[in-house]
Design a protein around this ligand. Structure first.
Ligand code: LAN
Length: 670
């Protein structure tokens, strides 16, 4: 039994107590927190099409809850967007119309009628982007000749050629892999009644009158985020010519190689796969390869890992969960303020969470990793679970930071070797430009982006460096170096210096940082400040930190909160949300308080007063908006590929708490 210092409880104010109680009540017995990771609206339709291929529909209850979800996120004009906050797009609408019908909703249901009207008014479902064309072809309600070539033969090119898919960003590679299999075989589901019906419902003209070949590049303008380049269209013409006279022998070899890679990914991730799109595509692929093979059942067994039944219905999530990510931040929120961490309830929460963390470090590389174009994974932390096993740089970094903080508090520290393995990976993954991508360092040249085939996303061909990842990795390397100063010391120091330099170079003229993975400038500016502060380059960095703080202060609302629309990510400029948001307020406050703590004594009195006032009113806003159930939220906070938003349900429990914990700690130090 540890005794609690009598003054400890005094410093844990009611807000912190309340926030901690909420977190404790939501923690699962194995130590992690679960949460809704929905938001994108193109995932469930893909899954439903894959299930239709296999002839295995969801249960009646699931179908009803999925239809409820689709009703809840349908827009007033009858369509659906790329994600829940988006305006209607052809991708969202055509795919979710198909989903609705596959769930058994009849064509004359008012929801279907409204959606069909939207599709027809906007020109018909042939105007979906390439990914949609691919899925609809698999179902047999669109024709493969209307899809730009997704040649499996690309996998047979020499790996040094930049077009070899192994050089693509891991998610693009992971989506292209099964798509190239389906395209290469022109795979098509069995023709059923609903398939026949959809062929007449999706288009303005009779199905056999649609000129699919001419639709290859017809994408509805509302869907286009990254327009095709001329060069890309020309390349497609060349590949199309190849396709029309391709060698059977090469096709067979290519398909065999692709299938081998699909099985490898399935086996090294417990059939979860790197993400939701590949998951659904792989299920279809293994069925087309051989409907009787065991892989089909193994895949079906792991479908529910991607499902979440929430207030708004049952949806497919963007990943098999955000378990590790939520856990690492929750722990840091509690550890921020020692009296909070010493609270007996907090200790139980931390112990359980640490247990989960310890069990979810990836402990091996994938088998024959080089053959399957994989980087080392041993020692890394995942975004979700160690079973899914795809390492993420900033998850590894947050994991290292937490593990170091827990060293003195646990009987089972990770120990030097396991931390060194994590550090090895971070060193391995640093990009040539000094920053870090989220999974793997960039493998191809920048011009590869010209060949982005998914019209709806931006920057998907390479592992670009990101502010969040670079800041987190830099912080983790430094924290490790302080504790273990001997291990690869020169390399660690060099990596840190290069990371900090990348952050300096990527601060925008207005002092802000642009985020890749959450909305938006409040989030990245917090990371930018933490990164620069950790490295401490003296007066020059002080000025950069101050500029970042000034940016944050300039965007504070009356009432103390901050609120930023998802359009900040899309348009790469600050766009106000209609209302201030507790989570974004927390990010801005964490950044401001971090900068303030760092600069404090060196600031002129007037600046000190400005920042103190901003922090104080932000803290008051958070205290005032707290409820018995965390903090209210009315928006999704995450993003990927510039244009698609994704929901982090648990952010509202730990980020505001973290900001309040930091405020309490700083208050106490004063
Ligand atoms: C994620 C989820 C987690 C996220 C963070 C760890 C928060 C971030 O800091 C780094 C990037 C990462 C790992 C990330 C990358 C892109 C993902 C995998 C996602 C947003 C979840 C879903 C998304 C994936 C690409 C969705 C599938 C769509 C495709 C375009 C393939």
């Amino acid at each position: 039994m540890t005794t609690i210092a009598p003054e400890a409880e005094l410093h844990v104010n009611p807000s912190l107590n309340r926030g901690l109680a909420t977190l404790a009540s939501l923690q699962l017995s194995d130590g992690h927190w679960a949460g809704d990771y929905g938001g994108p609206l193109f995932l469930m339709p893909g899954l439903l099409i894959a299930l239709e291929v296999t002839g295995r529909r969801p249960t009646k209850h699931q179908r009803e809850r999925m239809a409820t979800y689709l009703s809840n996120v349908q827009r007033e004009d009858g369509g659906w967007g790329l994600h829940v906050e988006d305006r209607s797009t052809m991708f969202g609408t055509a795919m979710n119309y198909v989903a609705l019908r596959l769930l058994g909703v009849p064509a004359d249901d008012p929801r279907a009628v409204r959606a069909r009207k939207w599709i027809h008014t906007e020109g018909g479902a042939q105007r979906v982007p390439t990914w949609g064309k691919c899925w609809l072809s698999v179902l047999g309600v669109y024709e493969w000749e209307g899809v730009n070539p997704l040649l499996p033969e690309l996998w047979l090119l020499p790996e040094k050629v930049p077009f070899h898919p192994s050089n693509f960003w891991c998610h693009t590679r992971a989506v292209f892999l099964p798509m190239s299999y389906l395209y290469g075989r022109k795979a098509r589901a069995e023709e059923t009644d609903v398939v026949r019906a959809l062929r007449t419902e999706l288009y303005r003209e009779p199905y056999d009158k649609v000129d699919f070949r001419r639709c290859r590049n017809d994408v509805h303008p509302l869907d286009v985020y990254s327009p095709h380049t001329k060069l890309f269209d020309t390349m497609n013409e060349v590949l199309d010519r190849y396709e029309r006279s391709h060698s059977r022998f090469m096709r067979k070899r290519a398909l065999a190689k692709v299938m081998d890679h699909i099985h490898h990914e399935d086996m090294s991730t417990g059939y979860l796969d790197i993400g939701p799109v590949s998951k659904a595509l792989h299920l279809a692929c293994v069925w087309f390869e051989n409907p009787k093979q065991q892989a089909v059942e193994r895949h079906l067994d792991r479908v529910t890992d991607y499902l979440w039944d929430g207030r708004d219905g049952l949806k497919m999530q963007g990943y098999n969960g955000s378990q590790f990510w939520d856990l690492a931040f929750t722990m840091q929120a509690i550890l921020e303020h020692p009296p909070l961490a010493e609270d007996p309830k907090a200790k139980v929460v931390l112990d359980r969470a640490y247990d989960w963390l310890e069990r979810n470090q990836v402990r091996a590389d994938v088998p024959e990793r080089e053959r399957y174009y994989r980087n080392p994974t041993i020692g890394c932390f995942p975004f979700s679970t160690a079973e899914q096993a795809w390492p993420v740089t900033d998850c590894t970094a947050e994991g290292v930071k937490v593990a170091l903080k827990m060293e003195a508090r646990t009987k089972r520290p990770l120990g030097a070797r396991r931390l060194e393995q994590a550090i090895d990976s971070l060193l391995f993954e640093q990009n040539d430009d000094g920053g870090w991508s989220e999974y793997e360092r960039a493998r191809g040249p920048r011009w590869l982006e010209i060949f982005n085939a998914a019209e709806v996303f931006g920057d998907i061909m390479l592992g670009y460096s990101h502010v969040e990842c670079t800041s987190a990795c830099t912080q983790a390397l430094l924290a490790f170096h302080e504790r273990y100063p001997v291990y690869r010391a020169r390399e660690v120091k060099k990596a840190v210096a290069r990371g900090a330099e990348w952050l300096r170079q990527n601060q925008r003229p207005d002092g802000s940082f642009y985020a890749s993975w959450a909305i938006c400038f409040t989030y990245a500016t917090w990371f930018g400040i933490e990164g620069l502060r950790a490295v401490d380059g003296g007066a020059a960095d002080d000025r950069l930190i101050e500029r970042a703080m000034d940016f944050l202060v300039a965007h504070q609302r009356e009432g103390g909160g901050w609120g930023e629309s998802y359009l900040s990510c899309v348009e790469k400029r600050w766009v106000d949300h209609e209302r201030p948001q507790p989570v974004q307020t927390a990010w801005a406050l964490l950044g401001l308080m971090s900068g303030f703590e760092h600069l404090h004594k060196r600031l002129p009195a007037i600046k000190r007063a400005v920042y103190s006032a901003a922090i104080a009113s932000g803290v008051t806003y958070l205290q005032d908006t707290q409820t018995e159930d965390g903090w209210p939220f009315d928006m999704v906070y995450g993003v990927f590929n510039k244009n698609c938003m994704i929901n982090y349900d648990n952010y509202r429990y730990y980020f505001p708490l973290w900001a309040l914990a930091r405020a309490a700690r700083q208050e106490r130090a004063r």
